[in-house]
Design a protein around this ligand. Structure first.
Ligand code: GLN
Length: 453
């Protein structure tokens, strides 16, 4: 814990942490030492972790990296973080993210961008760590924690993991409790871990996962010992390669990596089959209707009364307006506007309802391939390696949204997906591959990812 706290201090320029909690960390570490001395240890005993600032932490400021929550100190602990502490983990601090987890580069945070510890060969341009869990990805990659929590609504664990050479898994919807996590799009949000190895990710997920009566969408199933799956044989596993993921504009090196990944799995005994997921093309537009719709409704609670910031006005309505205008950044406002538009009378059927129908079709694409015996689907995690800070932010927002083309389908279908480091780009930046599994078959993903790692 002391070594990590020192590393955090020396790496403040990365802006990965928005709050360091050294006193809490040292107290928790001492208690861990006591438990170790008495032989009563949890399976994460003494492991120092960083927590994405979307998780409510009791008595510790939690902001979602938004000005509107700048002074919010929760009186409760999220179920996922409570599970980690129950098993002996130590909290080092709260990690930066895109405001309300809306973004793909960690550039929408009210605390400013996170800088990836990676650079292109022979180039000093600061690189984005991806988003929205950019602080988690950068902190794990730069050894500023042993592991971290993330949330993934449309790729926010898997894309930053790919951009930073770390492992990130979004479990099946319902596997981890959403209780105490700041809500973005409730039907898509899932928590998951970031780690430097597949084995560490398996260890962390085992603690994070589990039924929670406080989240009605959490699923009451026993949590397997995911570590057992790491290193297990993948002989005879059927891996689907979906032709629709060969999208226009995808870098050649990503295509090559994808074929390499299939070859590695084949060498380890898997069977590779071509598959079709015909509605893939509609996933991104449908996601960018469903997610903002749910966000606009979830964000209605930030009214200057119940949480965080309040900017006074002449009456209550003006107070709402002033508070929300001052508290939400441009990307969050854009989402609220899109969301309220697609939900409004006259447009609901044309946009929201249609997007929900597309969502069902995306899910049935996966259901069909799984019914044909496919155990997992292999795709690139992102269409390109990480980009420079500021390089995409001024462009059309749609260009940023295109980053999520391979990850959003997984949230729309509620499936588990893992991103595993698989190689480097020509200019020396990490590249990741994604494996998508059947519902609640995270073990298969861990076994397959271990082969690629
Ligand atoms: N980049 C996507 C978005 O901005 C995904 C975010 C996420 O998964 N939290 O909505």
């Amino acid at each position: 814990t002391e070594a990590y706290l020192k590393a955090m201090e020396e790496a403040r320029a990365l802006n990965a942490y928005v709050l360091e909690t050294p006193d809490i960390a040292l107290d928790m570490a001492k208690e861990s030492d006591r438990r170790i001395a008495s032989g009563d240890t949890g399976h994460l005993e003494g492991i120092p972790l960083g927590i994405k600032d979307m998780f409510a932490t009791e008595g510790v400021r939690t902001t979602a990296c938004s000005k509107i929550l700048e002074n919010f100190v929760p009186e409760y602990e999220s179920s996922v973080t409570a599970n980690l502490w129950r098993d002996g983990a130590v909290m080092l601090g709260k990690l930066n993210n895109d405001e309300f987890a809306m973004g793909s580069s960690n550039e929408t945070s009210a605390f400013g961008p996170v800088v990836s510890p990676w650079r292109r060969d022979g180039d000093t341009t600061p690189i984005v760590p991806g988003g929205s869990s950019g602080g988690s990805a950068a902190a794990v990659a730069a050894f500023l924690c042993a592991g971290a929590t993330g949330t993934d609504t449309g790729g926010s664990i898997r894309q930053p993991a790919a951009f930073t050479g770390t492992v990130g898994i979004k479990p099946t919807y319902g596997r981890c409790s959403r209780w105490g996590i700041v809500a973005f799009a409730s039907s898509l949000d899932q928590a998951g871990p970031f780690a430097r190895t597949v084995n560490d990710a398996a260890l962390l997920l085992r603690s994070m996962a589990g039924y929670d009566p406080k989240d009605s969408t959490s699923v009451n199933r026993p949590v397997p010992d995911y570590e057992e799956a790491v290193g297990a044989s993948i002989k005879g596993k059927k891996i689907g390669i979906p032709r629709e993921y060969r999208v226009e504009g995808m870098a050649d090196e990503i295509d090559t990596l994808w074929s390499d990944g299939a070859a590695w799995l084949k060498d380890a005994g898997a069977e590779i089959v071509d598959i079709s997921l015909p509605h893939t093309h509609y996933a991104l537009p449908a996601y960018y209707i469903v997610a903002p719709a749910e966000a606009s409704s979830n964000l209605a609670r930030y009214d200057g009364v119940r949480y965080g910031l309040r900017v006074p006005g002449r009456d209550v309505v003006e107070m709402y307006e002033n508070t929300r205008a001052a508290g939400f950044g441009p990307e969050v406002r854009r989402r609220i506007m899109i969301g309220t538009y697609v939900l409004s009378a006259g447009y609901y059927d044309a946009y929201y309802l249609r997007a929900q129908k597309v969502r069902s079709l995306i899910k049935s694409d996966f259901d069909y391939v799984f019914s044909q015996g496919v155990d997992a689907v292999l795709t690139p995690a992102t269409p390109s390696p990480a980009f420079g800070i500021g390089e995409k932010v001024k462009a059309d927002p749609v260009e940023m949204y295109l980053n999520d083309v391979f990850t959003v389908t997984v949230n729309m279908a509620g499936l588990p997906g893992i991103s595993v480091p698989a190689g480097l780009s020509a200019d020396g930046l990490p590249l990741g591959l994604q494996l998508i599994g059947r519902p609640f078959e995270e073990e298969t993903l861990f076994s397959l990812a271990e082969v690629i790692e």
